[in-house]
Design a protein. Sequence first.
Length: 176
Amino acid sequence: MMNRLTTRQLVELSLYAALIIISVQFLRIPVGVQFVHIGNALVVVAVLLYGSRLGALVATVGLGLFDMLNGYAAVVWITILESLIVCLVLHLVFEKMMHSDSQTRNVVIVGIIAAITKMVSNLSKYTIINGLIGGVNMRVAVVAAVLKIGGTFGTALVTIIAVPILYPILKRIFRR
Protein backbone atom coordinates (compact mmCIF):
# COMPACT_ATOMS: atom_id res chain seq x y z
CA MET A 1 0.00 0.00 0.00
CA MET A 2 2.59 2.58 1.03
CA ASN A 3 4.95 1.70 -1.83
CA ARG A 4 2.25 2.52 -4.41
CA LEU A 5 1.22 5.99 -3.33
CA THR A 6 0.37 8.49 -6.03
CA THR A 7 1.91 11.94 -6.13
CA ARG A 8 -1.43 13.37 -5.03
CA GLN A 9 -1.52 11.03 -2.01
CA LEU A 10 2.07 11.92 -1.06
CA VAL A 11 1.26 15.62 -1.26
CA GLU A 12 -1.91 15.12 0.79
CA LEU A 13 -0.06 13.16 3.47
CA SER A 14 2.68 15.81 3.54
CA LEU A 15 0.11 18.58 3.94
CA TYR A 16 -1.53 16.64 6.75
CA ALA A 17 1.83 16.20 8.52
CA ALA A 18 2.40 19.95 8.09
CA LEU A 19 -1.03 20.57 9.63
CA ILE A 20 0.08 18.60 12.69
CA ILE A 21 3.31 20.59 12.98
CA ILE A 22 1.56 23.96 12.56
CA SER A 23 -1.23 23.09 15.00
CA VAL A 24 1.21 22.07 17.74
CA GLN A 25 3.46 25.06 17.03
CA PHE A 26 0.79 27.75 17.10
CA LEU A 27 -2.23 26.30 18.90
CA ARG A 28 -0.75 25.23 22.22
CA ILE A 29 -1.37 26.23 25.80
CA PRO A 30 1.49 25.85 28.32
CA VAL A 31 0.71 23.66 31.35
CA GLY A 32 3.74 23.28 33.62
CA VAL A 33 6.63 21.76 31.67
CA GLN A 34 4.26 20.45 28.99
CA PHE A 35 1.55 22.03 26.87
CA VAL A 36 -1.94 21.21 25.69
CA HIS A 37 -2.27 20.87 21.92
CA ILE A 38 -4.44 19.43 19.17
CA GLY A 39 -1.68 17.40 17.49
CA ASN A 40 -2.69 14.09 19.08
CA ALA A 41 -6.29 14.58 17.96
CA LEU A 42 -4.99 15.13 14.42
CA VAL A 43 -3.03 11.86 14.67
CA VAL A 44 -6.25 10.04 15.58
CA VAL A 45 -8.07 11.66 12.67
CA ALA A 46 -5.19 10.64 10.38
CA VAL A 47 -5.73 7.00 11.38
CA LEU A 48 -9.46 7.38 10.72
CA LEU A 49 -8.82 8.96 7.31
CA TYR A 50 -5.82 7.00 6.04
CA GLY A 51 -5.64 3.84 8.14
CA SER A 52 -3.16 2.98 10.85
CA ARG A 53 -0.10 2.50 8.62
CA LEU A 54 -0.36 5.84 6.85
CA GLY A 55 -1.64 7.47 10.05
CA ALA A 56 1.52 6.26 11.80
CA LEU A 57 3.61 7.71 8.96
CA VAL A 58 1.85 11.07 9.22
CA ALA A 59 2.17 11.06 13.03
CA THR A 60 5.86 10.20 12.88
CA VAL A 61 6.64 12.92 10.36
CA GLY A 62 4.40 15.59 11.90
CA LEU A 63 5.18 15.16 15.59
CA GLY A 64 8.78 14.08 14.92
CA LEU A 65 9.56 17.18 12.86
CA PHE A 66 7.88 19.39 15.45
CA ASP A 67 10.18 17.96 18.11
CA MET A 68 13.26 18.28 15.88
CA LEU A 69 12.49 21.92 15.05
CA ASN A 70 11.62 23.01 18.59
CA GLY A 71 14.45 21.82 20.80
CA TYR A 72 13.11 18.37 21.64
CA ALA A 73 15.49 16.38 19.43
CA ALA A 74 16.77 14.35 22.39
CA VAL A 75 13.29 12.94 23.03
CA VAL A 76 11.97 12.70 19.46
CA TRP A 77 12.32 8.94 19.58
CA ILE A 78 9.98 8.80 22.58
CA THR A 79 7.42 11.00 20.81
CA ILE A 80 7.56 8.72 17.78
CA LEU A 81 7.31 5.58 19.93
CA GLU A 82 4.27 6.96 21.79
CA SER A 83 2.61 7.89 18.48
CA LEU A 84 3.27 4.43 17.10
CA ILE A 85 1.74 2.88 20.22
CA VAL A 86 -1.39 5.00 19.81
CA CYS A 87 -1.59 4.04 16.11
CA LEU A 88 -1.15 0.36 16.97
CA VAL A 89 -3.92 0.49 19.56
CA LEU A 90 -6.18 2.28 17.08
CA HIS A 91 -5.31 -0.34 14.46
CA LEU A 92 -6.45 -3.08 16.83
CA VAL A 93 -9.57 -1.26 18.02
CA PHE A 94 -10.78 0.67 14.97
CA GLU A 95 -9.57 -1.45 12.08
CA LYS A 96 -9.77 -4.93 13.60
CA MET A 97 -12.58 -4.76 16.19
CA MET A 98 -14.73 -2.01 14.62
CA HIS A 99 -13.87 -3.01 11.02
CA SER A 100 -13.08 0.65 10.18
CA ASP A 101 -16.72 1.61 10.67
CA SER A 102 -16.61 5.38 11.13
CA GLN A 103 -20.03 5.85 12.70
CA THR A 104 -20.06 8.81 15.06
CA ARG A 105 -20.24 6.48 18.07
CA ASN A 106 -17.10 4.66 16.96
CA VAL A 107 -15.26 7.90 16.26
CA VAL A 108 -16.03 9.08 19.80
CA ILE A 109 -14.86 5.74 21.25
CA VAL A 110 -11.65 5.87 19.20
CA GLY A 111 -10.94 9.40 20.49
CA ILE A 112 -11.42 8.25 24.08
CA ILE A 113 -9.24 5.16 23.61
CA ALA A 114 -6.49 7.22 21.96
CA ALA A 115 -6.58 9.74 24.82
CA ILE A 116 -6.35 7.00 27.45
CA THR A 117 -3.54 5.27 25.53
CA LYS A 118 -1.56 8.51 25.35
CA MET A 119 -2.03 9.17 29.07
CA VAL A 120 -0.99 5.63 30.02
CA SER A 121 2.07 5.76 27.75
CA ASN A 122 3.10 9.15 29.16
CA LEU A 123 2.53 8.01 32.73
CA SER A 124 4.60 4.88 32.03
CA LYS A 125 7.35 6.93 30.39
CA TYR A 126 7.72 9.32 33.32
CA THR A 127 7.45 6.52 35.88
CA ILE A 128 10.26 4.60 34.14
CA ILE A 129 12.39 7.73 33.81
CA ASN A 130 11.88 8.67 37.47
CA GLY A 131 12.27 5.12 38.79
CA LEU A 132 15.06 3.67 36.70
CA ILE A 133 17.02 6.73 35.70
CA GLY A 134 16.18 8.95 38.67
CA GLY A 135 16.69 6.13 41.15
CA VAL A 136 13.61 6.87 43.28
CA ASN A 137 11.30 4.15 44.61
CA MET A 138 8.30 3.17 42.51
CA ARG A 139 5.67 4.93 44.64
CA VAL A 140 7.55 8.25 44.42
CA ALA A 141 8.17 7.68 40.71
CA VAL A 142 4.45 7.18 40.03
CA VAL A 143 3.46 10.27 42.06
CA ALA A 144 6.08 12.37 40.27
CA ALA A 145 4.84 11.05 36.91
CA VAL A 146 1.23 11.91 37.75
CA LEU A 147 2.27 15.44 38.71
CA LYS A 148 4.20 15.85 35.46
CA ILE A 149 1.46 14.87 33.01
CA GLY A 150 -0.80 17.92 33.38
CA GLY A 151 -0.30 18.82 29.74
CA THR A 152 -0.96 15.24 28.69
CA PHE A 153 -4.24 15.23 30.61
CA GLY A 154 -5.29 18.48 28.92
CA THR A 155 -4.27 17.18 25.50
CA ALA A 156 -6.24 13.98 26.19
CA LEU A 157 -9.36 16.05 26.91
CA VAL A 158 -8.77 18.06 23.74
CA THR A 159 -8.43 14.78 21.81
CA ILE A 160 -11.71 13.42 23.18
CA ILE A 161 -13.55 16.63 22.24
CA ALA A 162 -11.77 17.42 18.96
CA VAL A 163 -11.74 14.03 17.19
CA PRO A 164 -15.53 13.81 16.62
CA ILE A 165 -15.57 17.47 15.54
CA LEU A 166 -12.50 17.42 13.27
CA TYR A 167 -13.03 14.05 11.62
CA PRO A 168 -16.08 14.96 9.50
CA ILE A 169 -14.57 18.33 8.59
CA LEU A 170 -11.17 16.96 7.57
CA LYS A 171 -12.80 13.99 5.85
CA ARG A 172 -14.61 16.43 3.54
CA ILE A 173 -11.43 18.43 2.92
CA PHE A 174 -8.97 15.58 2.38
CA ARG A 175 -11.27 13.10 0.65
CA ARG A 176 -12.16 15.18 -2.42
